[in-house]
Design a protein around this ligand. Sequence first.
Ligand code: FAD
Ligand code: NAG
Ligand code: NAG
Ligand code: NAG
Ligand code: NAG
Ligand code: NAG
Ligand code: NAG
Ligand code: NAG
Ligand code: NAG
Ligand code: NAG
Ligand code: NAG
Ligand code: NAG
Length: 634
Amino acid sequence: MKSTFQIPFTSKLLLLLFAKSSFSALLSSPRELAKSKYDFVIVGGGTAGSVIASRLTEDSSVKVLVVEAGISHVGLLNVEVPFLSTSIQPGTAIDWNYTTVAQAGLDNRTVSIPRGHVLGGSSSTNVLVWNRGSNDVWDHWSNITKDERWSWNAIEPYYLKTNHMTTPADKHNTTGQFDPSAYGSGPLDISLPGYPTELDGRVLNTSKSLGGRVKYTQDLNSGDLVGFSYIQSTIGNGERSSSATAYLEPALDRSNLDVLINTRAIRLVANETQAGTPVFTGVELVQGPQDTPIRVTASNEIVLCGGSIGTPQLLLLSGVGPKEELTTLGIDPVLDIPDVGKNLIDHPLVPTYYQVADNATTFDDLLRSADLFNQTLAQWQNDKQGLFVNSPSNTYGFLQLPDEAFVNQTNPAAGPLSANTEILFGDGFAPLGTLTQPLMGRFITILTAVVSPTSRGSITLNSSDPFEQPLINPGILTTEFDMNAMVQAVKDSQQFIHTSPYWDDFFLGPYGDLASAETDEERIELIRKEAVTIYHPVGTASMSPKEAKWGVTDPELRVKGARGLRVVDASIFPHIPECHIQALVYTVAERAADMIKEAYNYTKRCEARKEDSESAKFSYDLRALDSHFRDAST
Ligand SMILES: Cc1cc2nc3c(=O)[nH]c(=O)nc-3n(C[C@H](O)[C@H](O)[C@H](O)COP(=O)(O)OP(=O)(O)OC[C@H]3O[C@@H](n4cnc5c(N)ncnc54)[C@H](O)[C@@H]3O)c2cc1C
Ligand SMILES: *[C@@H]1O[C@H](CO)[C@@H](O)[C@H](O)[C@H]1NC(C)=O
Ligand SMILES: *[C@@H]1O[C@H](CO)[C@@H](O)[C@H](O)[C@H]1NC(C)=O
Ligand SMILES: *[C@@H]1O[C@H](CO)[C@@H](O)[C@H](O)[C@H]1NC(C)=O
Ligand SMILES: *[C@@H]1O[C@H](CO)[C@@H](O)[C@H](O)[C@H]1NC(C)=O
Ligand SMILES: *[C@@H]1O[C@H](CO)[C@@H](O)[C@H](O)[C@H]1NC(C)=O
Ligand SMILES: *[C@@H]1O[C@H](CO)[C@@H](O)[C@H](O)[C@H]1NC(C)=O
Ligand SMILES: *[C@@H]1O[C@H](CO)[C@@H](O)[C@H](O)[C@H]1NC(C)=O
Ligand SMILES: *[C@@H]1O[C@H](CO)[C@@H](O)[C@H](O)[C@H]1NC(C)=O
Ligand SMILES: *[C@@H]1O[C@H](CO)[C@@H](O)[C@H](O)[C@H]1NC(C)=O
Ligand SMILES: *[C@@H]1O[C@H](CO)[C@@H](O)[C@H](O)[C@H]1NC(C)=O
Ligand SMILES: *[C@@H]1O[C@H](CO)[C@@H](O)[C@H](O)[C@H]1NC(C)=O
């Protein structure tokens, strides 16, 4: 199975060449650490981790260490060039090479789950689409956690802190193509497609003329995430904007920040227990399976930002999780939290293909010709122009299922501003399923996804060896609802491209069995054969109300029943957003950074109070004091 686009072999070699990091503040071995004690240790320099690092080090008195398992993002062409995001192969240095266990909903196939293994994490390797979630997503989170701070009104300033809209590479007039109020003044660059494709006008005109379930929505970042529109992406000046480029790089010259790459955290250590509550202060680091762990200390907090797979894996390895499961593996249980690794949710995705007219311009030739590939790359390198300034898709749409779908089933979407399915348009043959690009002809790829799935899975350990991948079971398409929704999405996409005048001079016909299927039975069988995921795993360290017995973290993202340990990444999502999820990760991180600062300020105030009252001889622990005041004040 190929999960990524094919690019010509010679060009692949070219992409493997990368420049050495130009940052002196980057350490590439724990031996280079000048000290072992920090106020905060952030595990994972990914999407969320880089935001936290940047925000916490704004205060020059706060000492922060970021530990990242992967390599530096600097000088990697397939990271920088938006279009080449699709060439990032599982098994390369910048990916974790994860594979699921046999998927019951996919005829027991396994599929790969790419995850960034590089600074910026998956924001350095993703396909760049920017959605902040419908207002309902945030209000639903607020309802689930019983905490107003997650409602859209309370969250909006944090979303606006993450990003700003910038001109697309081709500098075309974008008036009317987006809603300026949906973007803020933060470090990430967001832009509309910077190179038009033949599909764009066909998709948007079709949506505008049909309306109804396929209505046009000017900007899907304005709160209503139902409808068809241009895609906004994390691209500026034709280059990827990631949490590494936008957040971490500008912070790297701060003397209070150390960033350690090529290094894995393999265990979090609670060095003491206060009134039954383990206090986490230690992080054990290694570079390879044979290394003797080196321990660093976080005197204030460990912030776990390992992502939806890395975070539960590290919690479980550290004895935080379902007690019986851990005992069976020979891991000493430290904190019994049954939901660690549970509630894994992802969006299933299936491609369909259509052959289009020979005079159409698609990216098919480019994938077949090293010459053309080189020319296009040269155009990107010299002028930051051409096809490579785009993510592989310029337009898409989100749809709600017809009312009949909800006769016997409550709608799993967050609310009326959220969709159930998604259709993405690719201007060429994208070999994401089992089919490979034909030697001749031009094609388009239509990707359909279920964005409000009811299937659930889990992350569990297969062994206590931190270098063995955990068992990843996203449970793709294991409910009838999800399969019915996918079938409906495939049919909706077909109807979309067949019932309007905008496609008549374009289509030659369906390509492959799924696009040609005539009955739902056939479609179901083919979807099980072809589907993958859209790489949006969430939920494995879900937040829940403060007192709730379920969930892993409280609404301030602190691990329940522990002190000194917080989780900030996609694993804390209590419900999967009905869209692409990176903007929500950034926003969660901005929100969490302020929560961490607030708690840190509080601790500092207690410290000052302690000094004032000169009661040091009792040598009581500040963390206990902090906890006491906190509980008394809520
Ligand atoms: C191929 C792909 C395409 C995607 N496309 C899109 C898209 O177009 N739009 C969108 O919105 N979303 C997309 N996503 C999803 C989105 O990018 C992720 O959900 C998001 O970036 C996750 O952020 P995170 O902080 O939770 O984890 P990550 O960004 O993955 O960060 C986790 C970091 O922790 C590090 N780490 C993990 N364990 C350890 C450890 N034990 N020690 C040290 N370091 C560790 C990892 O190396 C990584 O850098 C895509 C994802 C992928 C993989
Ligand atoms: C990636 O994983 C596959 C199987 O899951 C394995 O065969 C392959 O060797 C791995 N590649 C790398 C580079 O680790
Ligand atoms: C998938 O595996 C399960 C358990 O091994 C088995 O019962 C089932 O028949 C298999 N399904 C298919 C379609 O092969
Ligand atoms: C949140 O809860 C309120 C009160 O029960 C309800 O009216 C509202 O529809 C809910 N909103 C979402 C998005 O879940
Ligand atoms: C862009 O287009 C809008 C309306 O389509 C127009 O009002 C505006 O003047 C244009 N801007 C520029 C700089 O041409
Ligand atoms: C879409 O509509 C616009 C504006 O009406 C028009 O200029 C353009 O040619 C149309 N595109 C297609 C592919 O029909
Ligand atoms: C645990 O570590 C913290 C932070 O370094 C330290 O303040 C505390 O004294 C340690 N506790 C024990 C029992 O060693
Ligand atoms: C592509 O470009 C690279 C580097 O610029 C060059 O070495 C290679 O020969 C080129 N390949 C082709 C087919 O032009
Ligand atoms: C709803 O459930 C009833 C009873 O099980 C069944 O007869 C009916 O076909 C179902 N309707 C739909 C639309 O699934
Ligand atoms: C889990 O462990 C078993 C026994 O060591 C091994 O055979 C199997 O391949 C592992 N599974 C995965 C998915 O790594
Ligand atoms: C492409 O060919 C079709 C017929 O196959 C024709 O209708 C259409 O006008 C042509 N388009 C262009 C841009 O030449
Ligand atoms: C923390 O304290 C600093 C300095 O006293 C202050 O500037 C900042 O606003 C405070 N942050 C929060 C989130 O309370």
